[in-house]
Design a protein around this ligand. Sequence first.
Ligand code: COA
Length: 279
Amino acid sequence: MTTERKEEDTVAYTVENGIAWVSFNRPEKRNCMSPKLNRQMMRVLDKLEFDDEVGVLVLTGEGSAWSAGMDLKEYFREMEALGLGGTRQAQRESYGWWRRLRWYQKPTIAMVNGWCFGGGYGPLYACDLAFAAEEAQFGLSEINWGILPGGGATKVATDLMPMRKAMYHAMMGENIDGKTAVEWGLVNEALPLAKLKDRVTAVANVLLEKNPVALKATKDAVRRVGEMTYDNAEDYLIRAQEAANSYDNTGRKEGIKQFIDDKTYKPGLGAYDKSKQQG
Ligand code: COA
């Protein structure tokens, strides 16, 4: 029999060389999301978001799972037993940190090491980029236990996949592996599990070289413009860049200077050298 894990132990993290490695930490429960885990994840995201030591956040899972979705016992059964207020509280706590992650200040990467089910699609979608183990298994298993893919999971499927794939995925309750998840649009790349962390570290290191104000403006723009007309998007992008300039007016000038005057890099082939930036 396993002893009950304390709330503060449901999420683990370390910060190394600018990368925050955050893990779902209930491996004995396949990292399914309980109210305790949801509350603790919000605390951890809060703590790391404006920490100067953190440039990129990676979300992964301890053990064999990334996340087996919502906790059927602690999230559904026990919170429902408290009445509508319990259900709404559980939803606020989970949807709340996923929303926080969707609009996170720092770039975020999902490193999907294993099982990823149902409610797990919320944080998967919330991360800007996603890399999976080929061995990972993705599934909208809700239909297998008698509900629709809620908690945003249906929206995630239709946003990321073509309609026929999303429909099949939601109705059939079959799992797909990492490679298929790439083909269907759920993740960027799939690699053998043994190589996953190295690849994610390399991607994070590239992001650490970029201008952080521009990265935040870019990731928000990619999420926002999909729902806009061309004209609205054009206008939004002008305003988003001008707002970004008020936070960082030196970075892009340095970027122009190193290309046009110094000829030390080409923006089409890589990023400017941030370390030479004054102010
Ligand atoms: N909710 C509650 N408990 C869960 C869970 C979930 N979503 N996923 C796993 N667990 C628990 C199991 O009940 C078990 O608990 P126990 O040791 O107290 O009996 C423990 O985690 C280990 O799970 P187990 O099923 O033995 O692991 P496995 O490696 O054989 O199988 C899965 C892994 C992910 C295939 C299987 O656990 C599963 O199907 N989970 C549910 C996935 C799901 O439908 N999620 C959608 C929720 S919206």
